[in-house]
Design a protein around this ligand. Structure first.
Ligand code: ZN
Ligand code: ZN
Ligand code: ZN
Length: 122
């Protein structure tokens, strides 16, 4: 019994939690994200400073191709994944393919924090 309590306490001190985006049990960084999700989110911010504007007319589609380069993390996609086309009227039209996980992070950035969740009213 005492051993059980001890190991429970030891586990608590490592402070592993479930990342709220990719559900991985690990040591979390800020915003209850794991290290990897934190890195991807920062990368989206630098790669897409105009993310919010791109999303003014969101046009989400499903891309059926495989091995597209993910616009957020640069890795290759595996399965069906979200695809965005920026304004088709513009010449510098760009496509953005995302892993489902990267897409969730992308939405957080473009939509802002969801109300009623993760917001502390001071
Ligand atoms: Zn994560
Ligand atoms: Zn694709
Ligand atoms: Zn990705």
């Amino acid at each position: 019994m005492a051993t059980a309590i001890l190991s429970f306490l030891n586990r608590r001190t490592i402070n592993k939690q479930v990342c709220r985006v990719c559900q991985e049990l690990t040591e979390l960084k800020e915003e209850r994200l794991c290290g990897e999700c934190t890195r991807i989110k920062a990368q989206i911010r630098t790669r897409f400073p105009e993310a919010a504007r791109m999303m003014a007319k969101p046009d989400e589609q499903q891309c059926k191709r495989s091995a597209c380069p993910c616009a957020a993390c640069g890795g290759r996609t595996l399965d069906l994944h979200p695809l965005y086309l920026s304004d088709p009227a513009r010449a510098d039209r760009r496509e953005a393919h995302f892993h489902p996980r990267c897409h969730a992070l992308w939405l957080e950035i473009t939509m802002g924090p969801r109300t009623g969740q993760d917001i502390e009213i001071i």
